[in-house]
Design a protein around this ligand. Structure first.
Ligand SMILES: [Zn+2]
Length: 311
């Protein structure tokens, strides 16, 4: 069965804000490298629709979503509005965030329907810093959380795991899923990077691995093998979602990890191995961070290439 590839038109045109590293060039570079490597012909490109309000409201408060929509609409007249140090809302923001979440949800639907083996949602804006009622870190709507809750509440799955290897802590995902025992979140990140000043997670369904600056592939794979895999095997998810940020790469300016493309491939192989063991290989990966354009493209392509390979 093929690997599905989901994206949307606004990935290529929506601008986050002045000089933001979260730019259309990120998606352009990934797709360009996919083309160069022949990967575009290997994946199955599938359409998606914007997330429905119902899907978004499983993860976010109604008042928050209404404010997001209104601020985005008003930006047509008043110009973009800055809502955190790094995050702006303009006239395309709400629609782009809905389309990103919608692509993740459609990927989940298709994988669970068995039409594709696994999938990559190549989308922006990212989502894992968006909480029930807060937006920052370039994130407005939490795509991975919307996708997990859709799988549980609409498709009837009983357990979903989220694996997050973005170099930044998934504070938004934590906020949404904490205490929901149907979801287990496995997250490794640089403990000194954004978002700052957070307390350790209290909920038992959040398995965090804060790591020091300078951590490399060996350190990360130790977490995957010693913590993630045994716990994933005992949790027995019916679907694994990946919050795939590629900003732990050694070339990345946003953080201080030292991963390479090889490490992303290896990590992907390990997560796929667990997916095969517990849920028939059902895995949906969703793009989060990664802002050094060249290492992002190389790492994402290493990840997607691995997804397309069978056992
Ligand atoms: Zn990140």
């Amino acid at each position: 069965m093929p690997t599905g590839f989901f994206t949307h038109d606004l990935c290529h045109s929506y601008q986050q804000g002045p000089d933001s590293p979260e730019s259309p060039e990120r998606i352009d570079a990934i797709e360009d490298r996919m083309l160069a490597m022949g990967l575009s012909r290997v994946v199955t490109v599938l359409p998606s629709a914007p997330a429905s309000l119902e899907d978004v409201l499983r993860a976010h408060d109604k008042s928050y979503v209404q404010e997001l929509e209104q601020t985005s609409r008003e930006a047509q007249r008043t110009g973009e509005k800055q809502i955190s140090e790094d995050t702006f809302i303009n006239e395309l923001s709400f629609e782009a965030a809905l389309k990103s979440a919608g692509a993740a949800i459609e990927a989940v639907r298709q994988v669970c329907a068995g039409t594709i083996r696994n999938a990559f949602a190549c989308v922006r804006p990212p989502g894992h810093h968006a909480g029930r009622n807060f937006a920052h870190g370039f994130c407005l709507i939490n795509s991975v959380a919307c996708a997990a809750l859709h799988a549980l509440d609409v498709l009837g799955l009983k357990r979903v795991a989220i694996v997050d290897f973005d170099v930044h802590r998934a504070d938004g995902t934590e906020d949404i899923i904490k205490g929901d025992e149907r979801i287990a979140l496995f997250s490794l990140y640089q403990e000194t990077a954004f978002p700052f000043g957070l307390q350790p997670a209290q909920a038992s369904n959040i398995i965090n691995a804060p790591m020091p600056e300078g951590s490399d592939g060996t350190d990360v794979l130790r977490v995957v093998n010693d913590i993630w895999i045994p716990k994933l095997l005992s949790f027995k998810p019916e679907l694994i979602l990946v919050s795939a940020g590629f900003d732990a790469h050694r070339d990345e300016k946003q953080a201080l990890f030292k991963l390479t493309e090889f490490d992303y491939s290896f990590m992907t192989i390990e997560v796929m191995r667990v997916a095969r063991a517990v849920c028939g290989g059902r895995l949906v990966s969703i793009l989060e961070g990664g802002y050094d354009i060249r290492s992002l493209a190389r790492s994402a392509v290493a990840h997607i290439t691995t997804l397309t390979r069978s056992a």
